[in-house]
Design a protein around this ligand. Structure first.
Ligand code: GLN
Length: 325
């Protein structure tokens, strides 16, 4: 079948020079499509696992497991799916991240809806969530545990905390209303929307006038921490597709940490915590920022899978803030 005769528009745009283009198969079977896709992706610089990407995308479109592609290589594929596959593979040739192509990213074993409005959740961020869950178990169950998540993005942190902490009340703040729309989709997907208040604005601004001063147990954030200079060195997938505002902040990448720390004591309960994800090489600097305030105990760190100090935990002294009102 010649798909150019199809009524469905055929995506044309691709990164691959015409001379290297590989003909789209005429017979849409699983193995023909995967072979075409992996040969096509192999021609693109920077795609490390072309065959894997080809299989992940097809199994996603067919709603099956990757292993099923091997079990049924000759299975015919519906023309509509084949065309969607062609479109998806061409996106991948332009280095669009797999997660945006699939509109799905896994975080803490949950599937989050994602698109170019939000940062793709990273496995390192799970360390932050796990730490908050652990610390929340040390707090009395009698009251709500109030958690402010600054820079909600897809809602990965807010939603997984809401799901795992029974008495959590999450204040989910983002400067991007687009991001909040995505976070809302995910909160509904996991039925935790009643535990999360979405607020649009810069850091703590949306909390002003809501009587949360000295009421917050945890301030958590995976803020933009890449320096403007580092931006150009990022992988194309990140640099060209993930939201700039979610990635980059200032010349040293420390601006958001400085701003959050400067206001944190206004909002945190005595004995409350600030927990950050930080960039490679930033942990000690961020710890110093906490120390400079004089309001926090010595910060602790959690290393990620590459032994980089990735999570910084600072506990506000119990004695501060009690008589500020
Ligand atoms: N909280 C989201 C995440 O951890 C978004 C972070 C951001 O936009 N910088 O992925």
């Amino acid at each position: 079948m010649d798909i150019s005769d199809s009524h469905i528009p055929i995506p044309q745009d691709t990164n691959i020079p015409k001379s290297l283009k590989i003909a789209f198969p005429e017979n849409f079977t699983v193995s023909n499509l995967v072979r075409w896709a992996s040969n096509t992706l192999q021609q693109v610089n920077g795609i490390d696992f072309p065959r894997l990407d080809a299989e992940i995308i097809l199994s996603h479109l067919l709603s099956c497991k990757r292993i099923d592609l091997y079990l049924h290589p000759d299975k015919p594929v519906d023309e509509t799916i084949a065309i969607r596959y062609k479109d998806a593979i061409q996106k991948r040739t332009r280095r669009v991240p797999l997660q945006y192509i699939k509109n799905c990213a896994n975080f803490m074993s949950l599937d989050f809806y994602v698109d170019e409005r939000v940062l793709i959740p990273r496995p390192e961020t799970e360390l932050l969530v796990e730490e908050v869950i652990k610390l929340s178990q040390t707090i009395s169950k009698e009251h709500e545990i109030v958690i402010a998540d600054i820079g909600v993005g897809s809602g990965n942190i807010a939603v997984t905390l809401a799901k795992n902490i029974d008495n959590a009340r999450i204040l989910a703040i983002d400067i991007s209303s687009d991001a909040l729309a995505v976070a809302n989709i995910n909160a509904r997907r996991y039925e935790v929307q009643d535990k999360i208040t979405f607020l649009c604005g810069d850091t703590f601004k949306p909390l002003e006038g809501h009587e949360f001063e000295l009421k917050i147990d945890f301030i958590v954030s995976n803020p933009p921490y890449i320096s403007s200079g580092e931006f150009d060195t990022l992988q194309n997938e990140v640099r060209d597709y993930e939201p700039y505002v979610a990635l980059v902040c200032g010349q040293d990448g420390l601006q958001m940490f400085k701003r959050i720390i400067a206001s944190a004591t206004t909002w945190l309960k005595p004995g409350g915590y600030v927990i950050f994800e930080v960039g490679n090489g930033q942990a000690q600097k961020v710890a110093q920022l906490f120390e400079n305030t004089g309001y926090f105990k010595k910060a602790n760190f959690i290393e990620d899978y590459q032994h980089i100090q990735r999570i910084v935990i600072a506990k506000k002294e119990e004695t501060f803030g009690q008589n500020c009102h």
